[in-house]
Design a protein. Structure first.
Length: 360
């Protein structure tokens, strides 16, 4: 009954106020963040208005009351005109080892998993442990695993033990184990950072500055993309492209490149799931305008979800407004954007079917 009432209400709102339709549609694509231990009133108000697609959590958001706060956000969404019976996407980075936002596993880093006596078994356990940690707090999306094939000891991925290994076969083996283990226990997995940051040097951090990875297309396809192909075959729900530039394909960062997203990821690799950007405020995008402009550029390139992770609610609002305007003035292709919306909603419906595994 709740779903029926919400659907009728949304239809009435969109008929009476066409701009509202664009806003609610655009909001589905934007993941917000906030700086405090508890979600601020402004965020809850936006959720109730149907203007939030999800929330990413960081260390400062994690405390003993987190599961209550997540439930509060989900309840606010359930009262919104955008509610359709599915959940907001609540996500975090629970990779393992050093990179864990929530208490619990995986305690092993990806490198330790890859170096274990039985990497597939260790990766399976890591996936189950990640799902358990997320479930305990009502978090339904993990921005993991990292599938870069590292090249040198102590390079960008290896220094934080964020790579399973330096061979495509090993990384692929772990991807095929971790992803279904986590997803079968109710949490969405995300393969990142496509087409791979394994060749990035120790100081090549896209969060801070532009990064260029000068590999041939042959190497990218035969080494770096192989684990992502394995992840797609394993049914991974989401893929996060990197903000690095790969000149062999395009002079734009992968996450702003139609060639990388529409042609290579969806065309050549056949990925049909949801794409999510890395942090839209990243220093790698310094030449691409403000965060709102970047959000539109990402959507034009084929990105589905925009990660507004600056811990500032107004950042998410600005991106929703920019996407709404771009839809209304034709800057964004309506059919393509609606197809992206459909992918997001299919993901959320799939999450709903797994919800019996998640404690809310």
């Amino acid at each position: 009954m709740k779903y029926r009432i919400s659907t009728l209400l949304l239809s009435a709102v969109c008929t009476a106020f066409p701009h509202a339709s664009s806003t609610l549609n655009a909001a589905t694509h934007v993941i917000y963040s906030y700086p405090e231990a508890s979600p601020p009133a402004r965020l809850l108000s936006l959720i109730s208005a149907g203007k939030v697609g999800g929330v990413i959590l960081f260390g400062q958001n994690v405390n003993a009351n987190l599961s209550t706060y997540v439930a509060t956000m989900q309840n606010a969404y359930a009262q919104s005109p955008a509610y359709d019976g599915t959940q907001l996407l609540i996500m975090t980075d629970q990779e393992g080892g050093y990179i864990r936002r929530l208490p619990g596993g995986p305690t092993l880093s990806e490198k330790e998993v890859g170096e274990s006596a039985d990497p597939a078994a260790a990766a399976t356990q890591a996936g189950e442990d990640a799902a358990a940690a997320l479930s305990a707090y009502g978090v339904n999306v993990n921005l993991a695993p990292v599938l870069g094939v590292y090249r040198q000891t102590d390079d960008f991925l290896d220094q934080w033990e964020r790579s399973y290994g330096n061979s495509s076969a090993l990384v692929s083996e772990c991807a095929r184990a971790f992803i279904p283990a986590q997803q079968s226990h109710g949490a969405i997995a995300t393969a990142k950072h496509w087409p791979g940051l394994g060749a990035a040097s120790a100081s090549a951090n896209t969060d801070e500055e532009p990064v260029t990875i000068n590999l041939s297309l042959e190497t990218l396809r035969s080494v770096d993309q192989v684990p992502f192909a394995a992840a797609i075959e394993a049914g991974v729900d989401m893929v996060m492209p990197s903000w690095a530039v790969y000149p062999a394909m395009d002079d734009k960062p992968a996450g702003l490149s139609e060639k990388w997203i529409k042609e290579e990821l969806r065309g050549s690799l056949g990925f049909k799931g949801v794409t999510v950007t890395d942090a839209i405020e990243a220093g790698a995008l310094v030449n691409y305008g403000n965060d709102a402009n970047r959000g539109v550029l990402a959507a034009q390139a084929g990105m589905d979800l925009i990660l507004a992770s600056a811990r500032n609610v107004t950042q998410g609002e600005a991106i929703v407004d920019a996407l709404t305007q771009a839809l209304d003035n034709g800057e964004l292709d309506t059919a393509e954007f609606e197809a992206a919306t459909a992918r997001i909603m299919a993901l959320r419906q799939g999450l709903k079917s797994r919800s019996r595994h998640v404690q809310w």
